[in-house]
Design a binder for this molecule. Structure first.
Ligand code: ADP
Ligand code: MG
Length: 326
């Protein structure tokens, strides 16, 4: 039986620059801004001068945020991806994260795949695991990410202005279709919708590229209408949407029929970025997103009247403690 320290040593000491030690201590890694990693009471990190720290935490609970029997590599990927998406939304560069992991039991194969899924995404996004905690209980993971953003350049929810355009970085509703596909027994990770649900890719490059162009922004985790309402409220404005311009994930109508548009509006879990920008920044933003392989879709404009207008449907995105009101 592996003890807590064996687990950490085996699965959660992961240096991005190739070195590793076998004594249960993480590596100092100057390039990664790590003076001291796992093995002590705290990690010691080296912030970049002139930057602000962007910090965010999210918990993923089995049966609530992901299916317990999902592929462990996807669970590891997803737990980190949803956190990285918050850094993306602010235009921050990922640097360090800590992982509080709760496991019902020790399954080495499961842990190996889970850690691989997480480390692979971490390496791709340039974020280093510097500490954590392991406890026994219902499968869940709480990840805190730390990113950096040049002082006062972060994209926040509060900066939208009247007449700014409202845009998204990609098609919506695919992840919700993936959730339904999973419930219907689909297990093929090549299924585009299932992939969108279980292995979302954080829009980090896009977020950084939008710094200085977007007036406000956030990531779509709970559904377009709900998250847009947050942006409106934070900015003290309203939004007028053009229903015909909302990008609906391809193949959505085929699997969801007349529920497809509703899934694009309220589905959640898409992790695309939703942002506002003055019309004068539109072509620059479009070009920058194209360089990231993404399409910018303008879906409406900010207006003075509070609320989200132009769409004849009730917003009912996911809210914990209320449940899915559909
Ligand atoms: P403490 O008792 O001081 O909280 P722990 O025994 O929980 O320390 O952890 C020992 C070391 O291993 C710490 O440096 C901690 O950050 C690291 N660690 C524990 N769990 C994890 C994990 N899941 N992933 C990465 N590092 C971990
Ligand atoms: Mg501890």
């Amino acid at each position: 039986m592996l003890g807590e320290f064996d687990l950490i040593k085996r699965y959660f000491i992961h240096s991005r620059h190739g070195q590793r030690r076998d004594d249960g201590y993480g590596m100092a890694d100057e390039r990664a801004g790590v003076a001291l990693a796992q093995g002590d009471d705290c990690a010691l990190l080296i912030p970049t001068p002139g930057h602000q720290l962007a910090v965010s935490v999210d918990t993923s609970v089995a049966g609530v945020h992901f299916p317990e029997d999902a592929p462990p590599a996807a669970i590891g990927h997803r737990a980190l991806a949803v956190n990285l998406s918050d850094l993306a939304a602010m235009g921050a560069t990922p640097r360090w994260y800590v992982l509080a992991l709760t496991l019902p039991d020790i399954d080495p194969d499961w842990l190996e795949a889970f850690a691989r899924g997480m480390h692979t995404l971490a390496d791709a996004c340039g974020i280093t695991l510097v500490g954590g905690d392991i406890t026994r209980g219902q499968l869940a993971m709480t990840i805190t990410v730390h990113g950096e953003v040049p002082a006062n350049e972060a994209i926040t929810r509060t900066g939208a202005r009247v007449d700014d355009m409202i845009a998204v970085t990609g098609p919506l509703g695919g992840a919700h279709a993936g959730l339904i596909a999973w419930r219907n027994g689909v297990r093929d990770m090549n299924d585009a919708h299932l992939h969108a649900y279980l292995k979302p890719w954080p829009r980090l490059e896009a977020g950084r590229a939008l710094r200085g162009l977007a007036s406000a922004g956030l990531d779509i985790s709970d559904g377009l209408l709900g998250d847009l309402a947050h942006l409106c409220q934070a900015s003290g404005l309203g939004a007028r949407l053009e229903a015909a311009h909302i990008p609906v994930a391809s193949g959505l109508e085929k699997v969801l029929g007349d529920q497809a548009f509703d899934a694009a509006l309220n589905g959640g879990d898409d992790y695309e970025l939703l942002f506002t920008l003055p019309e004068s920044s539109l072509s620059a933003a479009r070009a920058k997103l194209a360089a990231c392989g993404l399409t910018l879709s303008v879906i409406g404009r900010m207006c003075q009247a509070p609320g989200v207008h132009g769409i004849d449907t009730i917003q009912h995105g996911w809210q914990h403690f209320y449940g899915e009101s559909r």
